[in-house]
Design a protein around this ligand. Structure first.
Ligand code: BTN
Length: 272
């Protein structure tokens, strides 16, 4: 089914109902993250800035992966410049989990009674299958002296499978992914999902800055991996063991044969 973007309706509701100050809506674009990184070079662009696309032709995933961005998918990027007094650069790794938790909270009301979980560091799974991927990139450090915003920019790219049926996905995704329309059988509006995610993101970002302990409790409440046997590749080593949750600094705690180990970045390749 072809769905078009009613650009005026989207723009009006996003501006009225969310914290977004600059908005671009594209019928088609290569990658919303690439566009957001380009806009990050212009300090006059007011943050938070949202780039949303009806369709991406070169959507990027983590590492060298591509992101399946067919019609019906919700794909967008946020360009933010968090206040360094509230969220210094060293805490940016926590943004990843926070974005994932925000998407979990936003999707729950759309997913009936399905099990919505956060897979470290920021994938969202519904009933054991991936429904959302998040790609976080830090494009530049824009100090006030150099004409920047005074904060450090961060791009949060989000892809949620909403009305794109998994039977139409590339073969390698079909057994691993899901979409809201497959979970509920009832196609939700992408705009409603986008508004819910943006509102949830703003709330969770405030929580991360002002009540970090509460935010950390939420990561662990949504955690998909706790108690499971995991295999994690951090680019250098592969670690196997039982996951014991997420530490306060955002690292994944894995109990290996040699004792507990904190993993700061990587990909969970398998979990049982
Ligand atoms: C992953 O799980 O590998 C991350 C996927 C992130 C995909 C989103 S879609 C919107 C934004 N633009 C991109 O090119 N990628 C992100």
């Amino acid at each position: 089914m072809t769905r078009t973007l009613d650009v005026d309706d989207w723009a009006e509701r996003i501006q009225r109902e969310t914290f977004i100050r600059t908005l671009e809506i594209h019928p088609e674009i290569g990658s919303t993250n690439d566009r957001a990184r380009g806009l990050a070079e212009d300090p006059r662009v007011e943050r938070p800035c949202l780039i949303v696309a009806h369709r991406q032709t070169a959507g990027r995933g983590r590492g060298a992966n591509r992101w399946w961005s067919s019609e019906g998918a919700l794909t967008f990027s946020l360009l933010l410049s968090p206040d360094p007094n509230r969220l210094p650069l060293v805490r940016f790794p926590e943004l990843s989990l926070t974005a994932g938790a925000a998407v979990c909270a936003a999707l729950r009301p759309f997913a009936d009674s399905a099990d919505v979980r956060l897979k470290w560091p920021n994938d969202v799974y519904v009933n054991g299958r991936k429904i959302c991927g998040i790609l976080i990139e830090v494009p530049s450090v824009g100090t006030r002296e150099s004409g920047g915003t005074g904060g450090t920019d961060v791009v949060v790219g989000v892809g949620v499978n909403v009305n794109n049926r998994i039977e139409d996905a590339p073969a390698e995704l079909r057994s691993k992914a899901t979409s809201l329309c497959d979970v509920t059988g009832d196609p939700p509006s992408r705009l409603d999902v986008l508004l819910a995610v943006l509102q949830s993101f703003e709330r969770h970002l405030d929580l991360l800055c002002d009540q970090p302990d509460e935010m950390r409790r939420l990561w662990n409440r949504y955690d998909l991996l706790a108690g499971r046997f995991v295999t994690v590749d951090d680019g250098h080593d592969t670690t196997c063991g039982t996951c014991e949750g997420i530490a306060d600094d955002g690292s994944l705690i894995v109990r290996t044969a040699a004792g507990p180990k904190g993993i700061y970045s990587g990909v969970v390749q398998q979990f049982g």
